[in-house]
Design a protein around this ligand. Structure first.
Ligand code: ZN
Length: 346
């Protein structure tokens, strides 16, 4: 195999993304279009100006901006087109498979029903799958802040979409005040219905949250999970059971979980043999991308081609796909690395 300059390969190598929120991955061009369509924000007169709106002073400002941009998603067509464009953008980076969170309940205050947002999101996803070389599964992310009963109700609300593209249930929101163990019934229901499960834990809270996600909720994957690094015994369990962690380094830096890449436990956990995957979380909120996440590993931590291949295969193995589909993805990934071409992006 002829030598290739690794940073150039990062953009085109086949990737699998398991932790990306559709609501945090919109394109700036599309959001700018919505702002033009609905009006009321005269100060934002260009895409450039809009992008500057996503530079945050602190975490409170981040949350404020999150709700601000949500106000412009007002019709089912907005969700459909946004989902399509998010997946196009991922496909342009040669993401060949994504499991994407969506949270329709966040938009009922805009006068929309959960069902119409879900239908529109599925429809946008299917359009993208027809148009671009990418496949996707949706994970309904349940915000913990509304309590256990609402969570259970929301799980049941997703049941009709189980065979139509919604493959999993996630748990997000305020991890400190709403620990995993509160949601045992909701997650039991999710499993009984046939949903796959992942839980945000070990991001804002420490190891106890990850323990409970694994034991009380029997989560198949952990969103973030990085603060498991504070508990040696927990690390042993995660390693022995090879429970996948959906790590999002830039997100952790931007929200202040860690202050630098050097301080972030990714490298140590990877070298210790934990099942790590590389993800972008809310790329448009953080001015980042899945390509940037891999570039960071190469440029800041000196990761090799071999490491990138291992991390990509980790994501395939950790995905909720059936084995035949995993095999097909592995074929594409090896095709790229062996021939230097594989499936070209876009
Ligand atoms: Zn997340």
């Amino acid at each position: 195999m002829e030598a290739r300059f690794l940073p150039e390969v990062i953009g085109t190598m086949p990737k699998v993304e398991l932790h990306v929120h559709l609501e945090g991955a919109f394109t700036y061009e599309f959001l700018f279009g919505l702002i033009q369509k609905y009006g009321g924000e005269e100060r934002i007169s260009s895409v450039d100006e809009l992008s500057r709106r996503f530079v945050f002073r602190d975490f409170a400002h981040f949350i404020e901006t999150w709700f601000w941009k949500n106000r412009f998603f007002r019709s089912p067509a907005d969700f459909e087109e946004s989902a399509r464009l998010v997946l196009k953008n991922l496909s342009d980076q040669n993401v060949i498979y994504a499991e994407a969170f969506f949270s329709p309940w966040d938009f009922v205050s805009n006068g929309l029903r959960v069902e119409e947002i879900t239908e529109a999101t599925i429809s946008g996803m299917k359009s993208a799958e027809r148009e671009f070389p990418i496949r996707c599964g949706l994970i309904a992310d349940i915000v913990r802040d509304y309590g256990a009963e609402a969570a259970e109700e929301r799980v049941r609300q997703m049941a009709p979409y189980l065979d139509r593209g919604v493959i999993g249930i996630g748990l997000g929101g305020n991890e400190r005040d709403f620990p995993p163990e509160l949601f045992q019934t909701a997650f039991r229901t999710a499993r009984q219905l046939g949903f796959r499960t992942t839980v945000h834990a070990g991001e804002a809270s420490g190891p106890a949250s990850v323990w409970n996600a694994v034991t009380a909720l029997e989560a198949e994957r952990i969103g973030h999970g990085v603060r498991a690094s504070e508990d040696h015994r927990l690390l042993e369990v995660l390693k022995e059971r090879q429970i996948p962690l959906e790590v999002c380094i830039t997100s952790n830096l931007k929200t202040g979980v860690y202050s630098s890449v050097e301080e972030h436990p990714f490298d140590k956990m990877f070298k210790d043999g934990l099942m790590l995957t590389v993800n972008s979380d809310d790329p448009s909120m953080f001015g980042s991308s899945i390509t940037d996440e891999f570039a960071l590993l190469v440029n800041k931590l000196g990761y090799s081609e071999e490491d990138l291949i291992e991390l990509t295969l980790n994501a395939v193995g950790s995905s909720f796909l059936p084995i035949d589909d995993k095999r097909a993805l592995i074929g594409k990934i090896f095709g790229f690395w062996l021939n230097g071409s594989g499936d070209s992006p876009g």
